[in-house]
Design a protein around this ligand. Structure first.
Ligand code: PGA
Length: 249
């Protein structure tokens, strides 16, 4: 059986509804014969537009973030209940831009993750070290710690709905990609942590995506690695041609 990869596009804070609709339509067509698992995560403002356009296709609808509470006085936040209402299936938590620009900490990310699981969502938990941490030889330790914190309080059965994305902060949006060997080494260390906590079979089944300047030119070499099970794509997911080339590598 050939291996199924999970290729996700994070559109970040890009695209009006009309632009998002164009991209969603193009992807639906271009990915219809794709053999992998696919997801797009538009901005909150475009979820209602994109949802119906990919419904019934092989592309899942994702959100880039979620509020830490179910509802209440949280100006500017969007809740799990509202995301469910929009047909969202997957929620990304702990993206490095949330961690570093908006100062989200591990405990908050864990709370969001558990709330999303409670409401039946699949969750993509992002982890990754900064350049400083990598240069100090801390990459593995940082990723392991973010994984442990992110998954705190979960049981082995919860893991079926968890995906981890390893995204070295220094590789995001910079054009620099981790070498396939370096990425694979971190993926392996994350898998080891999961094995220790939840057993070998949970560790083997866990999908670990790589993210950080994934492009049509480098996707093949990354996906060839034993521990890399997919990609979380930012910049190159904004055009149908480049995302489709990655998705059908
Ligand atoms: P990039 O972003 O592909 O533009 O580097 C990846 C991400 O932040 O998910």
């Amino acid at each position: 059986m050939s291996r199924i990869y999970y290729i996700a596009g994070n559109w970040k804070m890009h695209k009006t509804r009309a632009e998002a609709a164009d991209l969603a339509r193009a992807l639906r067509t271009q990915l219809q014969d794709g053999v992998h698992k696919y997801l797009v995560a538009p901005s909150f403002s475009a979820l209602e537009t994109v949802g119906p356009l990919i419904s019934g296709s092989n592309i899942r609808l994702g959100a880039q973030n979620v509020a830490v509470e179910e509802q209440g006085a949280h100006t500017g936040e969007v809740s799990v209940l509202q995301l469910k209402d929009l047909g969202v299936q997957t929620i990304i938590v702990g993206h490095s831009e949330r961690r570093h620009v908006y100062k989200e900490e591990d405990a908050l990310i864990n709370k969001k993750l558990r709330l999303a699981l409670k409401h039946g969502f699949e969750v993509i938990l992002c982890v990754g070290e900064t350049l400083e941490e990598r240069e100090a030889g801390q990459a593995e330790v940082v990723c392991e710690s973010q994984t442990l914190w992110g998954l705190a309080g979960l049981g082995a059965t919860d893991l079926a709905n968890i995906v981890i994305a390893y995204e070295p902060v220094w590789a995001i949006g910079t054009g620099k990609t981790a070498t396939p060997e370096d990425a694979d080494a971190i993926h392996a260390s994350i898998r080891k942590v999961i094995g220790r906590l939840y057993g070998t079979s949970a560790a083997e089944q866990l999908i670990i995506q790589y993210g950080g300047s994934v492009k049509p030119e480098n996707v093949k070499a990354l996906m060839a690695k034993e521990n890399i099970d997919g990609a979380l794509v930012g910049g190159a997911s904004l055009k149908a041609e480049t995302f489709a080339a990655i998705a059908k590598f």
